[in-house]
Ligand binder design. Structure first.
Ligand code: GLN
Length: 445
């Protein structure tokens, strides 16, 4: 009730939720109270959560930020949603996002931009901007987001909260509307690393319904939060402190790294030499996969359908023309082009080869150091409407995107302010190092 009241009071301004499931939340909260009274409550029983509107929720509208799915009521729950409900959490509703998770500012949503609670003239970041803003404004104690190229870490950085992108395969993608299937991963966004650890304990683990989810066991992520950091080897990728990084962000990040030195960690420079290929490789691979994933929205089986189609072709083309926004159409065009005969080898195949080199950069670095640290984003949150040119928006992803290409985990934690807007310190680890990342993040707080 506390959070629902706050949503009613502040979300008219912030626009962080697309759908608020107030009645359902109150009902579940009551059930949680009963379970608690009966001595049957688990750690998360009755804890409210916000879910990015990319997670299918049975009986509840699931739009993915698109007009295409404005009328879509999911017939089943995503695995992560199912697991969180089984753990007793209470969903408050579905949060705003860039359409089909394509964007870095949340301005590509069919449901309007989200405002950054720290400064209403700034974007909250994207594509999980609604989840980040809702947690930052205390319209939910924690949320789930997804990260295909930075969409958990960058909005967490812009809104001054903690967000973890797990290793590819750690968390099931079943029931999460697909953007780029080889990159998509769900993760927690919360006020602390400890809260993220509790959520990770619930959402991680193998799922027979996602063939890319791994069978590897899940540790208790809360157990190692308190481990001391003396002797921790931190690498600073020199490519993450170069051109385009604003001075204030660099200062805040370097100050944060000093805190780790004071805790007994050692710091050295490392190199990820293929970093400058990450954006071009990602913006070939992600649109290619998206163009394939989004072919299912044809106006026939579900989603938006145009009025009075004259024939099948008219039905397909008009439904898609009306249902998708500009950025989504741009990506479908790019992806269809790069996958077409005669271009496939030059673009998609080449990008996959580059992807392998980028992954190897990280593996080489982790031979020498335990974690990498750097900024989550080259700038603090920018102003709403400031980045009209799509390429300038894509360049925002410079520090987050390579991580998804490599499949490794990354976390962004609040590390001070630049020009009165939050700065995120990004910490990266090798595959399945989530417990280490949460430990390192927790020691800062
Ligand atoms: N900004 C990137 C994109 O637009 C990443 C988005 C994401 O992680 N979902 O594709």
């Amino acid at each position: 009730a506390h959070y629902l009241k706050r949503i009613e009071r502040f979300d008219g301004t912030l626009n962080s939720y697309i759908t608020v499931t107030a009645d359902q939340a109150l009902e579940r909260a009551e059930a949680a109270d009963k379970a608690r009274a009966a001595g049957k409550a688990g750690l998360l029983t009755g804890i409210p959560l916000a879910l990015k509107d990319i997670f299918c929720t049975q009986g509840v509208k699931t739009t993915c930020g698109s007009k295409m799915l404005d009328n879509f009521i999911a017939p089943y729950d995503a695995t992560v949603v199912e697991r969180l409900s089984a753990a007793g959490t209470v969903s408050l509703g579905k949060t705003n996002m860039d359409e089909f998770a394509m964007g870095s500012s949340n301005e590509n949503s069919h449901y309007g931009a989200v405002k950054n609670p720290w400064d209403l003239s700034a974007v909250p970041g994207g594509s999980s901007g609604g989840s980040a803003a809702a947690v930052a404004a205390d319209l939910a104690p924690a949320a789930l987001g997804t990260d295909t190229g930075g969409s958990i870490r960058q909005p967490a950085a812009f809104c001054g909260i903690t967000g973890l992108k797990p290793t590819y395969g750690r968390v099931s993608r079943f029931g999460i509307i697909a953007y780029a299937s080889s990159l998509d991963q769900a993760g927690p966004m919360a006020r602390s690393a400890e809260d993220c650890a509790h959520l990770m304990n619930v959402i991680s683990g193998h799922d027979g319904r996602d063939s890319t989810s791994v069978t590897r066991g899940v540790p208790d992520y809360t157990e190692t939060l308190g481990a001391p950091l003396s002797g921790l080897k931190i690498g600073l990728p020199k490519e993450y402190f170069g051109d385009g990084l604003t001075t204030e962000v660099e200062q805040a990040v370097r100050e944060a790294i000093k805190v780790y030195e004071s805790l007994g960690a050692t710091v050295r420079e490392v190199s990820l030499p293929h970093t400058h290929y990450a954006i071009p490789a990602y913006y070939v691979i992600a649109p290619a996969e998206a163009s394939s994933n989004l072919s299912r929205y044809d106006g026939v089986r579900f989603g938006h359908r145009c009025d009075d189609p004259s024939d099948l072709f008219d039905l397909y083309t008009r439904s898609r023309a009306e249902g998708f926004g500009d950025e989504v159409k741009r990506r479908i065009l790019i992806g269809t082009h790069t996958l077409s005969e005669g271009f496939f080898d030059a673009y998609y195949k080449k990008a996959q080869q580059v992807r392998r080199l980028i992954r190897q950069d990280f593996l080489d670095a982790f031979e020498e150091v335990d974690v990498l640290m750097g900024p989550a984003s080259p700038t603090p949150a920018f102003d709403l409407g400031a980045k009209k040119d799509p390429v300038s928006m894509y360049l925002q992803d410079i520090y987050t995107i390579a991580v998804n290409l490599a499949g490794i985990p990354g976390i962004s934690i609040p590390a001070g302010l630049a020009a009165n807007r939050p700065v995120g310190l990004q910490i990266l680890g090798t595959h399945f190092a989530e417990a280490k990342l949460l430990n390192v993040a927790h020691q800062f707080q």
